[in-house]
Design a binder for this molecule. Structure first.
Ligand code: GLN
Length: 535
């Protein structure tokens, strides 16, 4: 029988609830327990797939093709366990399902209400991830306690605990314990209020995780314990970690929080083994070599917009023995000032996924700069499209070459809409999504990189390489080194005679893990280090 951990948040958002949940998952896994993570988001979009990165940050894609919250990326990176479409539910998705049932007549004439129907739907969604292979479900509730939107979720959790039994559910509340510099002390009052709100709903937390910038002394913990009715040892500190987010599980391990949870749930578990994890953190912190990599995108100021790519670069860095610093470059700024002014001295250049016309010419200039100056280039999805367009314009001498996404009338549509996309009308959930196999060409760079001849990677796109141009590109030195098994779709391009130039139609960043870095990121960073040394 599975046990359930619920992670709620209070006081402010962006407390790192997702990383807290992921860290707990890692610790439980390291004790031999099989965990699955789940996230509930209280907003009304059915999924984040249609949302602007300013609203939401990255959209994380699962193997089974769900467009999900970026916290699922943390869960996968920390535990190595794959998430699926039932690992992320929004209010919109819950209501969508209820309204479909109502229209079918499933409610047999009843008045459909938040309680009991929405709450029951939420409870069913929690149970939907339970399989015989799962010991513990770790379920995070987005938003903060006190939001109107999250009320039905919290009410559902209260009911869920009554249903499943008190000892099968463990509630963790993450709060902020601010340090007031003028007063020179930390304040526990916001935490008290937040726990008070939870108690009004009928939930008493079993553990409080205090996000803090200073160490909490015994008196502070005692005070929180007393006022919030939580065991003193279950008042845990989540200090701002210095070097990398991957230090947090080690901080938690030092406070033995996995044991508190395991005991609280009456679970049996083995000894903790974090050797590989510690080794990763040590390598990250101690790397002497430095390398700077540019991400050239539309949302350069938004760290969350390219979350998985940033993490994957750090994983690659640890594997290559280098500390990666990321230069966030606005593609539009390249349009204004030219590539050299912005990219000079860079170790490697990465153009990530994207949509639409803003900044596109700047991205193409970045590709040209990388190609001509033999700087390692990694194009991901839209970044591959840009590489194809750049070569077409500047080497094949097709000056109007373009993607039909931005220029439907181009005479040389080297990137165009996939056949099955032509009849698609709705925007939500209709791209080519999820994991697809890809064959790697003999003798190619990527075949060497992966060390195998077939791979599976996750996709999220509508447009693709136009097969009418295959021969022209090959003749110009661009190898089409990854092709879908049916021979129809070009999934990888690479440039011959260049130290490292790869464009991929898929998103390798979704599958990189700190202790299992993605081979493409590993080798891209290694090539960027080499390029840095040569300068
Ligand atoms: N806009 C492009 C497409 O739809 C690329 C998408 C992406 O980069 N994820 O094909």
């Amino acid at each position: 029988m599975a046990k359930f951990i619920f992670v709620t948040g209070g006081v402010v958002s962006s407390l790192g609830k997702g990383i807290t949940a992921a860290s707990i998952g890692l610790l439980l896994k390291s004790r031999g327990l099989r965990v699955i993570h789940q996230k509930f988001d209280p907003y009304l979009n059915v999924d984040p797939g249609t949302m602007n990165p300013y609203q939401h940050g990255e959209v994380y894609v699962t193997d089974d093709g769900a467009e999900t919250d970026l916290d699922l990326g943390h869960y996968e990176r920390f535990t190595g366990a794959k998430t699926n479409k039932n690992c992320n539910f929004t209010s919109g998705r819950i209501y969508d399902s209820i309204i479909k049932k109502e229209r079918r007549g499933d409610y047999l004439g009843a008045t459909v209400q938040v309680v009991p129907h929405v709450t029951a739907e939420i409870c069913d969604s929690i149970r939907s991830v339970v399989t015989p292979e799962v010991d513990v479900v770790i379920c995070e509730i987005g938003g903060t306690v006190g939001d109107i939107e999250s009320l039905p979720f919290l009410e559902a959790l209260r009911l869920f605990r009554a249903d499943e039994g008190r000892t099968n559910c463990f509630f963790i509340h993450v709060t902020l314990v601010p340090y007031l510099h003028m007063a020179g002390e930390v304040k526990t009052k916001p935490t008290q209020h937040s726990v008070g709100r939870l108690r009004e709903i009928g939930i008493i937390p079993d553990m409080i995780v205090c996000r803090t910038e200073v160490r909490l002394d015994k008196d502070v913990r005692k005070k929180i314990s007393l006022f919030c009715n939580v065991d003193e040892e279950a008042v845990v500190e989540a200090i701002d970690v210095e070097n990398t987010i991957y230090e947090l599980p080690l901080e938690f391990a030092a406070q033995d929080i996995d044991t508190i949870i395991i005991d609280g749930l009456g679970l049996r578990a083995g000894r903790r083994n974090l050797r590989a994890w510690r080794d990763y953190v040590d390598r990250t912190i101690n790397a002497e070599q430095k390398v700077e990599i540019a991400i050239v995108g539309k949302y350069c100021e938004l760290i969350d917009a390219y979350k998985s790519i940033r993490e994957s670069l750090h994983h690659g860095g640890a594997a290559a023995g280098a500390r990666v610093s990321i230069r966030s470059v606005s593609a539009e700024e390249i349009e204004e000032k030219g590539a050299k002014a912005i990219l000079a001295g860079i170790g490697g250049i990465l153009v990530p996924g994207g949509f639409g016309g803003r900044g596109v010419e700047g991205k193409i200039l970045a590709v040209k700069y990388a190609r001509e100056n033999k700087i390692p280039y990694f194009g991901i999805c839209y970044g591959m499209h840009m590489a194809v367009i750049e070569l077409a314009r500047n080497v094949l001498k097709l000056p109007d070459a373009d993607t039909t996404e931005n220029n439907p009338n181009s005479k040389n549509p080297v990137i165009h809409l996939m056949e099955e996309q032509k009849k698609v009308m709705n925007l939500g959930g209709t791209m080519r999504l999820g994991a697809f196999p890809c064959d790697l060409a003999k003798g190619s760079l990527v075949r060497k990189t992966y060390g195998k001849d077939q791979i599976s990677e996750r996709h999220r796109h509508r447009y693709e390489f136009n097969n009418d141009y295959r021969k022209q590109f090959e003749d110009a030195g661009m190898a089409l080194s990854g092709i879908s098994p049916n021979g129809m779709l070009v999934e990888i391009v690479e440039l011959k005679g260049h130290p490292w130039f790869v464009g991929v139609q898929f998103h390798p960043e979704f599958k990189s893990r700190p202790i299992d870095p993605h081979p493409l990121f590993r080798d891209f960073v290694a090539a960027s280090v080499k390029n840095t040394r040569q300068e």
